[in-house]
Ligand binder design. Structure first.
Ligand code: PLP
Length: 436
């Protein structure tokens, strides 16, 4: 089918609120490592899709899946060495007390399960969430995702959800020039903890680097302070590592390690199956035992033989191909080059991130921080025309989001930065004004 026919068919057959990337949609027919190919054979450098963590169609992952599909794929009520091996390999990457795994099929299912675990353990429901967060697509997760329930079509938060300000040192309530910013952000959490009280507090959930919130790096001691406050009131701390885990941030394997904290529950999704639908929750024996209250936990597909074989292959590939240190090297250089662009183009208000998890925030005015949302949209569309795929995020959709498959190289990074400079140069001069 032509691209136009495919588009028309999709419009007819699929729900319209499933959005389509780019003004000029792309029909992708093949992927290989950090590259995607359209129906005419045009190659795109993928700087956006973090799900294909070890690379689109990585041969080792494909083989692991194909081999296991030809042997057995059944549910987890039968004994299997594969699920045990996968759980052992996963827990080996985490601090010792996070040693019990549950397997499901998506990040949403994993967050749902994390909430059930937290509620079973604390026998409470009230949850503290960061503003602008996104944790998944189910009813309950929309309730804890301000990005959704405060956005178009949303119906705001239920009473058991307590939203605290996103600790964004660039655009948030307290900025980097405020030496007490971390303390002030943490104080919002302390206030909710005091107001909710130990009898009702279930816990706190946050991404280790809020992605939908705009590729935010949390202030260094924020999670430490928040975790102490929440735990002192009997709550549990959940780290949503769906976007930040598996070495993506370069310096650390897990996002939370950057802040020297250890969560009570870790939630995994997107990259761990490299595109195969796997979600996982890892917690302490104590919390897992509280959840073991007589009601069986079962997921028909979660942790099946094929998923486990694929999960094992993905993790082995991350380790054996040294993708974490690769992300550190490539990401650090790209971050430095993007900071150089920031000094040339006033439209770049902030550059941030770690490893291959980067954000470039575009503003119309560096003093008022007025978001340059239209510019961000046109930049990603122009980049797409030049064969480089990026996305936008943040509450104002003005943050260019860079999260490529991990095989992304230094020269891919150079190409991205040079093409971005070319696009900005055409429309957004560095002389404190730009054309629309
Ligand atoms: C941080 C975070 N948590 C959870 C989810 C939900 O994952 P899924 O779409 O696999 O259900 C997402 C998806 O974008 C996410 O970004």
């Amino acid at each position: 089918m032509t691209k136009a026919e495919t588009l028309a068919r999709r419009r007819q057959l699929l729900g319209r609120n499933l959005s389509i990337a780019y003004q000029n949609p792309i029909k992708i027919v093949r992927g290989s490592m950090q590259y995607l190919y359209d129906e005419e054979g045009r190659e795109y450098l993928d700087a956006y899709n973090n799900v294909a963590h070890v690379g689109h169609c990585h041969p080792r992952v494909v083989q692991a899946g194909q081999r296991q599909m030809a042997v057995l794929n059944t549910n987890t009520r039968y004994l299997s060495d594969l699920i045990n091996e996968y759980a052992a390999n996963l827990t080996a990457t985490l601090p010792d007390w996070l040693n019990v795994c549950f397997f499901v099929n998506s990040g949403s299912e994993a967050n749902e399960l994390a909430l059930r675990l937290a509620r079973a353990h604390t026998r409470s429901k009230d949850l503290i969430v960061l503003d602008h967060a996104y944790h998944g697509n189910t009813n309950t997760l929309i309730d804890i995702s301000p990005y959704k329930h405060n956005g178009p079509g949303g119906q705001s938060a239920p009473a058991w959800v307590h939203t605290v300000p996103l600790p964004d040192l660039y655009r948030g309530l307290y900025k980097s020039d405020d030496v007490e910013a971390t303390e002030k952000y943490a104080q919002h959490v302390n206030e909710v903890v005091a107001q909710v009280g130990a009898d009702h507090l279930c816990g706190f959930i946050a991404e280790s680097m809020p992605s939908v919130g705009g590729q935010i790096v949390l202030p260094e001691n924020y999670l430490g302070k928040v975790y102490s406050s929440v735990r002192a009131a009997g709550g549990v701390c959940i780290a949503d590592e769906v976007q930040t885990g598996y070495g993506r941030i370069g310096k650390h394997f897990w996002g939370f390690e950057k802040y020297n904290v250890v969560p009570d529950i870790v939630v995994l999704g997107k990259p761990i199956g490299n595109g195969h639908p796997i979600g996982a929750v890892i917690t302490t024996r104590e919390i897992a035992d509280s959840f073991d209250n007589g009601m069986e936990f079962f997921s028909t597909f979660g942790g099946n033989n094929v998923s486990s074989a694929i999960g094992i292959a993905v993790l082995q590939t991350v380790v054996e191909e040294n993708l974490q240190s690769h992300a550190d090297t490539v990401g650090s250089k790209m971050l430095q080059r993007l900071c150089e662009l920031e000094s040339r183009f006033d439209i770049i208000g902030d550059v941030r991130g770690s490893g291959l998890f980067l954000g470039v925030e575009l503003v119309r005015d560096r003093n008022t921080l007025e978001p340059a949302t239209d510019a961000a949209t046109s930049v990603i569309n122009e980049m797409r025309e030049r064969g480089i795929l990026l996305g936008t995020d943040g509450p104002f959709h003005n943050v260019l989001k860079i999260r490529p498959p991990m095989p992304f190289t230094e020269s891919d990074g150079d190409r991205l930065v040079e093409t971005l400079a070319e696009v900005l140069n055409r429309s957004y001069r560095s002389n404190r004004s730009y054309n629309h």
